[in-house]
Design a protein around this ligand. Structure first.
Ligand code: ATP
Ligand code: MG
Ligand code: MG
Ligand code: MG
Length: 469
């Protein structure tokens, strides 16, 4: 089944169960300052869950464009390292707004997976929130999953596990215990079952999260009951596609195969030779071009603050990976065409020709400093003795060569080095203080106070904040 058919099958299945098919919302959340990017299908329904907004339906289903590259859910550093994380991905979801609850959520999910997607039940594992006997019993007694493949996740295993089965959109907002479905990709892949010490491998992959929305968490962490218990589910389209296409990695599905081939061709045309088709850098590029294409399509421009800076960072990271492979000419912006070829039908907004122009400008801008910056970084790495890159160097790269500090850290990580972030922060602070002092001096001296200076100060300040989101 092709990725586009899987998306269609999911939506049609839930439509047949009384759900209204609702369009994806943009990757920029509408009117929600608590979120940097849309990170889940439920975001656009937040106010419906909270009872502030009413819709003409109580059941909905979506394929939602998501970005997890900043804020509470941030997978930027996983990309290229795991088989299952993207910065941009599509989340398939079904929602009940005070309509059905746990039983139907679980039974529908099981029916879709085993009867429509024909997954062998013995390959599926589930987790439940430790105290959720109700969900446990539905899986065990009604669906018939044996106890060996149901894992209770909660307090007894420590905070990390607890939080894994209690889903929160962000620090505030709708939340609740959840039950997750995992697929066993087989013993030839590394990794342990959910809840085990080596669960972070790629063998048992989380495909679907069923969240039993019951609370609204406020700023002080207090949980208030929602008007009605509700359901919010999310299944990564690329992950279920990997399962259904009998491949282990998201990067081996139809859609990504084509993007990876296009990325390889583009870097080779830009000067790279003998590019390994399995190179993590190609995966990063294929992943990041989707995030960039969709971000610009939804109105974000590369810049120095907030989500604009996240976009710049994603863009520059990808360009640096191309450089690493040997590209010495622009290659990145042209890949928008490959994304459009794969996804333009489902998401016509990416057919906008401005996207390529905007990304090409950003690529051109970074090209002016990339090779010099890389040379400086290479020298610092070669001279390094303690495994920690000097914060001053990271700051100079940031300030003079436009290297976001996470890009520098990405290069360092490839060489088993870390970045001295305290040193970086101190250098940043020092520059800020200097800029302030000089502005004060100019004002006191009655000199013409030109706007360029304030812009400059703002640039470093916000750029730094952006790099931390
Ligand atoms: P993981 O533990 O693998 O990081 P998660 O628990 O953070 O996933 P959820 O917040 O539960 O993910 O999101 C619901 C579903 O969305 C997941 O079950 C998965 O299928 C998919 N998903 C989550 N993050 C990503 C990502 N970065 N790339 C691709 N798919 C993702
Ligand atoms: Mg995650
Ligand atoms: Mg998880
Ligand atoms: Mg999850």
């Amino acid at each position: 089944m092709k990725t586009s058919q899987i998306r269609e099958t999911f939506l049609k299945f839930f439509e047949s169960k009384g759900h209204t098919i609702v369009h994806s919302s943009p990757v920029v959340p509408g009117n929600d300052p608590t979120l940097l990017f849309t990170n889940a299908g439920m975001n656009q329904f937040k106010d419906v869950f909270l009872g502030f907004d009413k819709r003409p339906y109580t059941r909905a289903t979506t394929a939602q464009k998501c970005i997890r590259a900043g804020g509470k859910h941030n997978d930027l550093d996983n990309v290229g390292y795991t088989a299952r994380h993207h910065t941009f991905f599509e989340m398939l979801g079904n929602f009940s707004f005070g309509d059905y609850f746990k039983r139907d959520a679980i039974k529908n999910a099981w029916e879709l997976l085993t009867q429509h997607f024909h997954l062998p039940p013995e390959k599926l594992w589930v987790t439940v929130y430790a105290e959720d006997d109700e969900a446990y019993d539905i899986w065990n007694k009604e669906v018939g999953i044996p106890a060996e493949r149901i894992v209770r996740i909660g307090d007894n295993k420590g905070a990390r596990y607890m939080s894994d089965n209690f889903w929160m959109m962000g620090d505030t907002g709708p939340c609740g215990p959840c039950s997750e479905i995992f697929y066993d990709h087989g013993e030839e892949v590394q990794g342990g079952p959910p809840g085990s010490p080596d669960e972070d491998g790629d063998r048992y992959i989380e495909i679907w999260n069923l969240v039993f929305m019951q609370f609204n968490r406020d700023e002080s962490g207090v949980m208030h009951k929602l008007p009605k218990p509700s359901v919010d589910t999310g299944m990564g389209l690329e992950r279920i596609a990997a399962v259904l296409q009998h491949v282990h990695s998201n990067y081996d599905i139809d859609l990504f195969k084509n993007l990876l081939a296009a990325a390889r061709k583009a870097v080779e045309e830009a000067g790279a030779t003998d590019v390994d088709p399995d190179s993590p850098s190609l995966k990063v590029i294929a992943d990041h071009i989707r995030a960039c294409t969709f971000s610009v399509a939804d109105g974000i421009l590369p810049g120095n603050e907030g989500r604009a800076y996240v976009l710049r960072r994603i863009c520059r990271r990808a360009i640096r990976h191309g450089y690493k492979l040997g590209a010495r000419k622009p290659f990145f912006a042209g890949l928008v065409d490959a994304v459009v070829a794969e996804m333009g039908e489902a998401y016509p907004e990416i057919k906008n020709p401005k996207i390529k122009t905007i990304l090409a400008k950003e690529e051109e801008r970074f090209a002016q400093t990339l090779s010099q910056g890389m040379q400086m970084l290479e020298e610092a790495i070669a001279e390094n003795k303690n495994g920690v890159l000097d914060g001053q160097v990271a700051f100079k790269l940031h300030d003079t060569y436009g290297f976001p500090v996470d890009l520098t850290a990405d290069v360092c990580r490839e060489r088993n080095l870390t970045v001295d972030m305290d040193g970086f922060d101190a250098a940043m602070q020092e520059q800020r203080d200097k800029a302030r002092a000089s502005a004060k001096f100019k004002m006191a001296a009655g000199l013409d106070y030109n706007g360029a200076d304030t812009t400059f100060t703002g640039y470093t300040e916000t750029e730094h904040q952006g790099s931390k989101v």
